[in-house]
Structures are given as C-alpha cells and as structure tokens.
Design a protein around this ligand. Structure first.
Ligand SMILES: [Zn+2]
Length: 324
C-alpha cells in the first residue's frame, strides 16, 4: 500500500491541474488539461478519468496503483457530502454532487474540498506550514481566497463557506464592487486586480512622474507586478499603493490572529511572489494591530509550494481519510 499513489486534482475554470502523489507527499508526475465546462460541465469528471488513464498508460502503470482521488474545486463545498454548492465558472448547476460524479467516473475513492482550503492543506503538509496544525492561508491571486486549519482540520462552517477571508469587509462605505456582490471586500484591494485598481486610482489623481507612470505610458496599463517592482526601485506612488495594500492585509491578518492565534499565517498566490517587500510591509501593520501575546507567537510567512499547493492539499484529503 505504501508505494501506491494518490491523484491530486486542482480544478480551475480554464485549467485542471493533476498530479500523482506518494503517501509522503512527493509529486511523482504532474500535468495539466484544459477544463471543458461546456454542456453544464458534464465532461469535466470524465475528462479527468481519461487523462488519468492515459498518464497511467504512459507510465506503464494500472489503476491498481491508485489509492484515491482528491480534488480542490472553486466555490463552497460541503465536505461531508462532497457537494459543490455553487460553481458558476464550471457550468455545473448549484448543489452539484461532485464526489459522487468523480467516484462514478473514476471508480476511485474520492474527496472534494474548496480549492483555497486545499491550498491551505497543501501548505500545512508540505509547504510553509511545515506540519503546523493551526494555520491560516490567504491566497492572493486574481481574487483572494482563504483557508483556516484548526488542529489539523479545515474549518468548514455551517454551509461550507468558512475561511472566506477575501470577503472580509475592509472598506465599510463606498468601497469598490467585489465579484461576490458586496462592496469593499479585502479582495477589492489585495487581489492582483484590486492592486491594479488602486494603482490606476493613484495614477489618475496625481500628476506624478516616476517609473510606474512611465510603464503606464509605455504599455497602456500596469500590472500588480509592476507596482511591486517599481516600489522596490523607490517609485513613490507605487510605494504608496504597496503601503495601502499592506495596511489592509496587516489589519485583517492581525484580527484573524487575534481570534485564532494560529502558529502561522501564510500568504500565497501569484501576488505573494512579490516576496519580502510585501511580507515585511504587511508584518509592520500586523505587529501594530495584533494583541501582544499573538504578536509574539503567530508568524507571518510566504507560501512555498506555488502552484503545487492545490494538488498536494487535495491528495492530503485522501491520505487523511485513509488514516481515520
Ligand atoms: Zn467579496
């Protein structure tokens, strides 16, 4: 049994990441397929089955090599029933029985969880969490996701919607509209799109010169990466945007830490590739807003797994099931 593999799947609206992973969390093989969400998403799980069989064949293995399949999916998931409550990007109707569909397609034991929660579990298992049992993960990508792990388990909430850190309100009045339908969510100021929006707002306001404005003139737009790169080079306007983003992240993570006192709060996702310039700045505000006993014990850290966090966390779901 110990030399068997688990299939880890990170399902996205356009791309599905797959990996064969050992019980120790080593990735044996990883690859991607495009997500076909046509016809109300009816091909998604059968395409995954096809991809797995092809890859097993390529590697000279059979289905017997596989222990089960874990999947992270976008949207709130009821872990017990394996139902995805709402998956607009995938074509599935509300309350889609994902676990059931996956088990029927693959004839493997399946487990499904929200994708941001899987990323948190991955970081707990093999990444920045380094085995920490109390961990909060904030994924800063196109949107902002969150996962809260307490005593080794994901906090689900009554409706699978716990840990939605991206939708904590940070601008209570007149905030920008969020994808969730509210306004002023953390996602509107700390996601890649939110950072660009803040930067464009500043660029419109002031007749400043500087590297960020030069990039806007040259490229007709700026990216979140441009903001961090030019801030690192001393661009004042970019530093102002960085400061605003860091304030909100420091404020939110400190208050989460004041509530949960986790061992670590991990910042992941594409935006976290900004590295220390972001982390150090968030840490300053975190220290300002965290309660003293929390400030001394809860650490802020950058995620270390990158794109692999999701498939690893998905595989962990199966490993954890087998251990129960
Ligand atoms: Zn929101």
């Amino acid at each position: 049994m110990s030399n068997q593999w688990i299939v880890g799947v990170d399902l996205g609206g356009t791309t599905t990441k797959l990996a064969f992973i050992t019980m120790d969390g080593e990735i044996v093989y990883k690859w991607e397929i495009s997500t076909d969400n046509s016809n109300e998403g009816q091909f998604i799980t059968s395409n995954i089955e096809k991809a797995i069989n092809e890859k097993l064949n390529d590697l000279g293995q059979t289905k017997a090599k596989l222990l089960g399949i874990g999947m992270g999916a976008p949207g709130p998931v009821d872990y017990e029933t394996g139902t995805i409550l709402n998956a607009v990007n995938l074509g599935w109707k509300d309350n889609f029985p994902l676990k059931e569909s996956l088990e029927a397609s693959t004839s493997l034991k399946a487990a499904v969880e929200n994708d941001a929660n899987c990323a948190a579990l991955g970081e707990m298992w093999k990444g920045a969490g380094n085995g920490a049992k109390d961990l909060v993960c904030v994924t800063l990508g196109t949107g902002v996701g969150g996962g809260v792990i307490a005593n080794g388990n994901i906090i689900q909430g009554i409706n699978g919607a716990a840990g939605e850190i991206g939708h904590i309100t940070v601008i209570p009045f007149d905030g920008a509209p969020c994808n969730c339908g509210k306004t002023g969510c953390l996602e509107t100021v700390a996601s890649a799109t939110g950072i660009v929006r803040l930067a464009m707002g500043e660029l419109k306001k002031a007749e400043s010169t500087g590297e960020l404005r030069a990039l806007l003139v040259k490229n007709g737009k700026v990216t979140a990466k441009d903001v961090f790169d030019t801030a690192r080079n001393g661009d004042e306007l970019a530093q102002q945007v960085l400061n605003e983003v860091s304030f909100h992240l420091g404020f939110v993570t400190a208050n989460i830490a004041n509530t949960l006192n986790p061992e670590k709060i991990v910042l992941g996702g594409g935006v976290s590739k900004a590295g220390d310039i972001l982390l150090d700045s968030v840490k300053e505000y975190f220290a300002k807003f965290a309660f003293s006993a929390v400030r001394k014990s809860t650490q802020l850290a950058l995620a270390t797994l990158g794109n692999d966090a999701g498939v690893l966390g998905a595989a962990w779901l199966i490993k954890n099931k087998l251990n129960q």
